[in-house]
Every structure is written in C-alpha cells, then in structure tokens.
Ligand binder design. Structure first.
Ligand code: ASP
Length: 439
C-alpha cells in the first residue's frame, strides 16, 4: 500500500538535505506522495524562508524596498537548484512573486510561496508530478479548512497520479485566493494527503527521532516514545509538546492511518509511531507515555458551604467566564469548592470585572486568585487500569518539596493534570520522569 512522506523545513534546508530526502524516497517504492515544507534553517543563526517571506510582506506594506530580502530568498533556492542541476526556472518564478508582493499581494499568498517553490524543485529532483496545493486543499469563505471538499477533490486527483509532490502549508478559498494554515501547517497537508490517498502510513520526516517522554531541554537524554495513541498525543500537544502540528492528527484519525515521526538525518531510526489504539495492556513499566507542561495559567477558586446543594451554581460560575469571552481550561472541584483554570492571557484586563461578577452573583465565602501557575500533564493509556500511578506521581512531587496547586484527572483516565507554581515546572517534570523512568 502507498505511503505519504512529509518533509519539514530542516529536512529540505539545502541541496545536501534534498539528497538525503531523495535517498529516503527512492529506497522505499511505497512512498508515492511527498509533501514538502519551505527551506528551514541550515544552522542556528540562519533564517527560515517562510520568515523571510513574512518579512518581505511587512516591508512591502510599509512601502519599503524588498530587494534585499528577495536576494536572500533567491540565493537559497538558486543554491539548491544549481547544486542539484535542476532546470526549473526558479529565478523567473521568484521574480513574479516579488512583483506581486510589491504590488500588494496578501500575506497568505506571500507566505505560501516558500512551499510552492520548494515543491517545484523537489518534484523535478524526484521525477514526480507537481500538484499545486491550491487545486486540492480548500478553505471556506470564513477561512476554515473544508475537509470534505478537500478529501473529495484530492482523492480523485491523486487516484490518477502515480507519484506526486504536493506543497504543504496552503490551499485556496472559494474565490481562488491563497490561504495558509497556521505556522507548521505542512503537517496538516501531509495528513490530508494521507487520508485522501488512503495510504497505509503517514511518514512525517523531521530533525528529531520522534517524541521524547519529556522535553529534552528539561530532562537530558529523555527516552524516546516508540508508540503513542492519537489521544495521548493530543493531551501532550495541548500541553505544548511540539513536534507535530496540533491539528495534523484529525484528518488521519478519521481513517485510523498511523503517523510515523522519523528523522531525515537518522533514516534508520524507527522514530515514534502514532496509532489509533493499541491492543492489550502496555508492557510493565509503560504506565506513563509522556510528560509535558506549560506555563502561563491562573486559577480562580470559590468556596461556599453547602455548595453541593445549590442548584445551578456551576452553570452560573461558568457563565461569568462565557460572558467575558474567556475560554476555560480545567474545572477541578471539591464538595464546597470549585476552581477554574484559565490561561493568563485570556483573562488579562478582565480580572477585576470577573471577580466583581463572581462576588455579586454567587456570593462565595472566599474567593481566591492564584497567578503564575504552570500545568503539567502526565499522560499514559496504561494508567487507567494500573494501581498506584497517582501515588507515585504525588510522592515524586512531595519528595521534591513541590506544592501542588490543582489536580485534575480527566474521566478518560489517560492523563493526570497537575498545577504547580511556574518556577517549579521544570523541577516537577524532572522529578516525575525520575520516578517513572529511572529505575
Ligand atoms: N513553512 C511554514 C512554517 O515555517 C509551514 C511549515 O513548515 O509547516 O511555519
């Protein structure tokens, strides 16, 4: 069965990386569809082509000269083209783009050209057909992905093609104008192609060998996650574990196509497999799949005696946030207490009004606001049926003298979410990792 391979920006940053990509594609005849990102950074101090394009747009808007930025963009592509002996007239293509940007092209059109140009070069290099994403990825007038139209048109188109390169990151609106996904959105394109072509696997090639159990900047030499379910991944990505775009899971999840995160620079490493479900209980010691955390939350807690007997108090509490247009993240509650966890930026400028409304409308006995909270999620499908996971987790935090602000275990029982003071986030993650993984 066919495969889709999506290659990220660092995997296609220069001619040497293009060679690695070609080797990966050529050695596996099942790879029929390839989705490229725009050239990324070649080293730490380099600039991504997409960032250069955004810069050119800003300069054009300010009526300034875009020449220097376009020189850099041209140099990036021309270097790839000439090193690989390709014939695509990239200079003319870039000339047209610059003219349009200078004449007031949209930000979306401008940003999308990084993938478009890389797609042209990669298609020629691989000897695959180039399929412009604008013809197969569709957005609604409101700018929301039209997943069904995309799937319908794309599957028809790809059924007629043996091998194709489809640039990531963009598509078109009903009026034909270009629309992009949010940053990192080529992952979503890869997923859409995987669904439309009903492939057996969606390979997502990047510069790391899959997901680590914990952020390697916090836990040095953190173990790699070999298999993870979509649901577990969703919990970890929500908390900021970033390798794959958050929205990339949904299209393949519909048809249960696994995603394999692979490393272009270590092509023999099996990476991480993301699957719809796993049969049987996880191996012993595999209760926890991953740990991720995020700063920037706050907690509002109200206490009122006999709260459990007051009909509608929960609804009225939440209604106050709804009225203020504030999304809430979690809702840990006790018999006579109720807390709402909110992203700090969501309540900025509205705190006083929210607190006044709570006081007037609910008349709690106490009302507490805790700023600077970090949330961390300990995720694992194995915890549903195993005894002692929570005990181990909280013992690890206690031993590290970390005060817990909130606890929330979702009813799916695949994660426990803990709130701690922001300054304790890194120590908390290390302590939990130590308890579960350093035997
Ligand atoms: N090139 C785009 C970005 O830098 C999209 C992508 O790489 O997926 O965000």
């Amino acid at each position: 069965m066919a495969k889709v391979a999506k290659f990220g920006g660092s995997s296609l940053a220069d001619a040497a990386q293009f060679q690695k990509v070609a080797q990966i594609v050529k050695r596996d005849p099942a790879i029929r569809f390839v989705v490229p990102s725009a050239p990324g950074k070649r080293d730490k101090n380099d600039e991504k082509v997409t960032d250069l394009l955004y810069k050119s747009y800003a300069l054009a808007c300010a009526g300034q000269d875009t020449g220097e930025v376009f020189d850099k963009i041209r140099a990036r592509y021309e270097d790839i083209r000439s090193s690989l002996n390709l014939k695509t007239d990239i200079i003319s293509e870039i000339g047209v783009i610059r003219e349009r940007v200078d004449a007031g092209a949209t930000i979306e059109y401008t940003a999308s050209r990084g993938e478009y140009l890389n797609g042209l070069l990669l298609a020629e290099f691989l000897g695959f057909e180039f399929v412009d994403a604008a013809e197969v990825v569709f957005f609604t007038v409101e700018g929301v992905l039209d997943a069904e139209k995309t799937n319908h048109v794309m599957s028809k188109k790809l059924a007629k093609i043996g091998h194709a390169v489809i640039p990531g990151f963009y598509g078109s609106r009903p009026d034909g104008s270009i629309q992009t996904f949010s940053r990192g959105g080529s992952d979503i394109t890869g997923s859409l192609v995987a669904r439309a072509a009903s492939v057996s696997i969606y390979e997502n090639w990047t510069d790391v060998s899959g997901f680590k159990v914990a952020d390697p900047r916090i836990v040095e030499n953190a173990k790699t996650i070999r298999t993870i379910t979509y649901k577990e991944l969703r919990e970890l990505s929500y908390m900021g574990a970033a390798v794959l775009h958050q929205d990339a899971v949904f299209p393949v999840q519909i048809s249960g196509i696994p995603i394999n995160i692979r490393n272009t620079n270590e092509p023999d490493d099996p990476g991480t497999m993301i699957v719809s479900h796993l049969n049987g209980a996880p191996a012993k010691g595999d209760t926890i799949t991953g740990i991720a955390g995020h700063k920037g939350y706050c907690v509002i807690t109200i206490e009122k005696s006999r709260m459990n007997n007051e009909l509608g108090i929960g609804r009225r509490f939440l209604e106050i946030f709804e009225r203020h247009n504030i999304l809430f993240e979690h809702l840990p509650s006790g018999v006579d207490t109720m807390s709402v966890v909110i992203a700090e930026k969501a309540i900025r400028g509205k705190l006083e009004s929210v607190m006044n409304s709570i006081q007037e409308e609910l008349q709690p006995e106490t009302m507490d606001f805790i700023p600077n909270v970090a949330l961390l999620a300990v995720v694992g499908r194995g915890m549903a049926r195993s005894v002692g996971t929570a005990a181990k987790l909280f013992a690890a935090l206690a031993q590290a003298h970390i005060n817990i602000r909130t606890i929330d275990q979702g009813s799916s029982e695949i994660s426990i979410i803990v709130g701690v003071d922001e300054e304790n986030l890194e120590r908390s993650i290390s302590a939990i990792y130590g308890a579960f993984f350093s035997a």
